[in-house]
Design a protein around this ligand. Structure first.
Ligand SMILES: [Zn+2]
Length: 85
């Protein structure tokens, strides 16, 4: 995977759940754990797109935003992979 491809994948993941920051952070975190060579790219893009740090610092009181602010229909393709919330 090239750096350009990594950026495209990250931009797609940023649209998870309709552009949900919480879901995107989860995916970005997993991505940079699997591809540590693109960690800086993931952090930069996340900040650029959501305006907040990818990693919430320890002891941070950040948060409190609502995960899914409205009614949402989630299709359960696999109960194991996507348990009902
Ligand atoms: Zn979400």
């Amino acid at each position: 995977m090239t750096r350009d491809e990594a950026e495209r994948v990250l931009r797609i993941m940023a649209e998870a759940d309709g552009g949900c920051e919480v879901c995107a952070r989860d995916l970005f975190t997993k991505f940079v754990a699997s591809f540590p060579e693109y960690r800086d790219l993931g952090e930069r893009l996340f900040y650029e797109i959501f305006g907040s740090e990818l990693y919430i610092r320890e002891g941070s009181t950040e948060g409190g935003h609502r995960h899914h602010p409205g009614p949402i229909v989630m299709y359960n393709f696999s109960e194991e992979l996507a348990p009902m919330r």
